[in-house]
Design a protein. Structure first.
Length: 356
C-alpha cells in the first residue's frame, strides 16, 4: 500500500503536458533543477481543472518557473531544523515536543512545501534503527510530552510499518501524545481505512491527534469527509493547519467557507500559517499586511471554534508567533518586517516581490 506502488501517479512534466493545457510559466519549469520532484496522484489530479492554470488546486501541485527563483530572505532550511536535529530524523526545537521525519515520500508534492530540503529526496522511510534512536532519546527526556510524526507523509507507509513504528514509540513512552501529521485526507483519502485506524486504536495508552492540511474548500470532498470521520469516530480528534497561499486561498470568502466546512465535519481549524521563507516559494506567499487584513475580517465572520490562529514560524529558529500587533514592531518600507519572539528576541520576515 505504500505510495511508490500506487499506479498512474504523474511524475513528469511531459506527462502533465499531455494531460493539461500548460501555461508558459508551467512550460518553462526546468525539471531536475531543484530538489522537489513532480508527483500528482490520480485522485487529486481529477480534482483540478485541466484547462485553467489559475485553478487553486492546480496551483498547489503543478510546478512553475517561479519556484526556481530564490528571493531575498529565503533559505532552504529557514526554520533551522538541521541545527535542531538530534538524530538524522529527530528534530527537537521546542522543549516539550519533538518532530520525527518518518519518510520523505508524499502521495503528491505540494509546490509550497516548506521542507523541500528533505521531502522527495528519495531517502525513503526511516529505518528501524532510526526509529529506535529517536525513541531512546524521548525516553531519556521526560520533558518531551508530544511527538509529531511528519515528513513527507507518514501515511505513505504500509500498515505494518506504521504499526511497528508506533509500537516502538509507545513502548519507550506509553504517555507520549502522538500527532499524526498528514495531508492524506485531502490528497489520498482512500488510504484511511478501517484497518489503519485499528492500529492507532490498539495503542491507546495516550492520545493521538490527526493534524490535517486542507487549503481550499474543494479539497473537502465526500471521500475526504469519510476519511476524517474514521479518525474522529475512533476518538482521534482532527485539527487543520491551512497554509495561506496566494492565488489559492488568499480570500476571506474562501477561508470562511473552508473553516466553516471543516468545523461542520468535526475538524478544528487550528492554524492559518503565513508561508515560511523557503527558497522558491515567494510566489505563494501573501504580504503580511494582506494576511492581517484577512485575519481581521475572519474574526468578524467566524465563531471562536471556526477561527484558526494566524501564525508565522519565524526564520532562524525563532519559533511560532501569532501575527498580532503586539508582536509586530514595524516595516522598513521595503517589505522587511521586524517581529518580536515570545522570548523577547527579534526576527525579520521578508515579503515576496511585488507582482506575480
Amino acid at each position: 500500500m505504500e505510495q511508490e506502488k500506487q499506479d498512474h501517479t504523474i511524475r513528469s512534466m511531459a506527462k502533465l503536458g499531455s494531460l493539461l493545457t500548460l501555461s508558459e510559466d508551467e512550460k518553462t519549469f526546468q525539471e531536475g533543477k531543484q530538489a522537489l520532484p513532480v508527483a500528482i496522484n490520480p485522485y487529486f489530479f481529477n480534482l483540478i481543472d485541466p484547462k485553467d492554470p489559475k485553478d487553486p488546486l492546480r496551483r498547489q501541485v503543478v510546478p512553475t518557473r517561479f519556484e526556481q527563483i530564490e528571493n531575498r530572505g529565503e533559505d532552504i532550511d529557514p526554520l533551522e531544523e538541521i541545527d535542531h536535529s538530534i538524530t538524522e530524523r529527530l528534530i527537537h526545537r521546542y522543549e516539550n515536543r519533538v518532530a520525527f521525519l518518518v519518510t520523505d515520500i508524499c502521495p503528491l508534492y505540494c509546490r509550497h512545501c516548506f521542507r523541500r530540503r528533505f521531502t522527495g529526496t528519495f531517502n525513503g522511510p526511516a529505518t528501524r534503527r532510526q526509529i529506535e534512536e529517536a525513541a531512546e532519546y524521548i525516553q531519556q527526556h521526560p520533558k518531551v510530552k508530544e511527538i509529531l510524526l511528519t515528513g513527507g507523509d507518514m501515511m505513505t507507509l504500509s500498515d505494518s510499518r506504521i504499526d511497528e513504528m508506533v509500537t516502538i514509540f509507545r513502548t519507550a513512552r506509553p504517555d507520549l501524545i502522538i500527532r499524526l501529521c498528514t495531508r492524506t485526507p485531502a490528497t489520498w483519502p482512500q488510504r484511511i481505512t478501517d484497518d489503519l485506524i485499528a492500529i492507532f486504536k490498539k495503542h491507546s495508552t495516550a492520545p493521538f491527534y490527526v493534524m490535517t492540511q486542507f487549503n481550499h474548500p474543494r479539497e473537502l470532498t465526500e471521500e475526504a469527509k469519510i476519511a476524517i470521520s474514521r479518525f474522529v469516530d475512533a476518538g482521534i480528534p482532527a485539527m487543520n493547519q491551512t497554509v495561506l497561499l496566494r492565488g489559492v486561498n488568499d480570500s476571506v470568502d474562501t477561508l470562511e467557507e473552508l473553516c466553516n466546512k471543516l468545523l461542520a465535519n468535526r475538524v478544528k481549524p487550528y492554524y492559518l500559517f503565513q508561508g515560511d521563507l523557503v527558497s522558491g516559494t515567494a510566489h505563494f506567499r501573501v504580504p503580511l499586511i494582506r494576511g492581517m487584513e484577512i485575519e481581521e475580517e475572519l474574526h468578524r465572520r467566524l465563531s471562536g471554534l471556526a477561527m484558526p490562529s494566524y501564525t508565522v514560524d519565524l526564520p532562524e529558529g525563532g519559533g511560532k508567533v501569532p501575527l498580532a500587533k503586539c508582536y509586530i514592531e514595524g516595516n522598513d518600507g521595503q517589505g522587511t518586517w521586524k517581529i518580536r519572539t515570545p522570548e523577547g528576541g527579534v526576527r525579520y520576515y521578508q515579503d515576496p516581490p511585488s507582482g506575480d
